[in-house]
Design a protein around this ligand. Sequence first.
Ligand code: 8YV
Length: 319
Amino acid sequence: MSRKQRIVILRELLQAGLDLLGEQNEVCLGGLGSTPEDWLNLVRGADAIVADPTVPVGADLLDSAGSDLKLVANFAVGYDNVDLDACAERGVVVTNTPDVLTDATAELAVALTLAAARDVPAAERSLRAGEWSGWDPAAYRGFELTGSTVGVVGMGRIGRRYAEMLRGFGVEYLYTSRRAREEVEVELGARRVGLNQLLAEADVVSLHLSANDETRHTINRETIRLMKPSAVLVNTGRGALVDSSAVAAALAEGRLGAAGLDVYEGEPEVPPELLDAPRTTLTPHIGSATFRARDRMAELVARNIVEVLAGRDPVTPVG
Ligand code: 8YV
């Protein structure tokens, strides 16, 4: 009888995914509280590993898994936590969960755009604190999205969906992308420009880049100087795209209008300077956190495992 395949879920996989893994496999769960030390032990002898953005997958983990390892299935579309070279050197396939979270993440970017522009969290806090003393024409004023210029930094799947969702606001679009995206130019009248021009002209700057050495701190002290003092910055990509101290300082000094952020460097810590900064809407990395998207992500993780362990091609390989 052939041996059971060992699938190690380093933290958590939703039931929708577990249901597809089948009883013929051995499935081990680390749980949300598991530590890097636990992971090194758990992976021993694994045929497949399920990771997520909080689990760095590097040479040490791969070596601890050993030579049976065939697949790292990342429970996310972003895979900056995975050392792709180390996986390739060991012949380990890497997969992610694209498409199924595009709508959910784009919707959160829209929500953050509006919430930050109108500073909904501060208004809500003020109401709850009993500070609302009646109608005041000068109070609680924010920025209006209608008719504004929206800069989409990174016109991939999520950036495009975000742009499409804003159509009803009659906005103009600028975008950056490694290559021209004819579809969005035709569909939305979007203009491809360099980053500096986008930052100088946009009323809203929404980041949809993957995190790597080139994109680290795309928004920093210098690039913020190019932005309008009323600009709204939105980040649903990765925390590393933004120098949070520079953003917090610019907000405090009135050199930036507002920020809606879902991701942070060093999660789950949130840079304290952001917590103290005015006009910030901060959410805890919930871009894909809808019932539908998370279930479909979990299913895609499982489908990749089933295919690769059966010796077939992965459904959504990376690289
Ligand atoms: C979360 C994401 O990381 O897919 C990504 O890249 O950032 C989000 O979907 C994911 O939900 C955590 O598992």
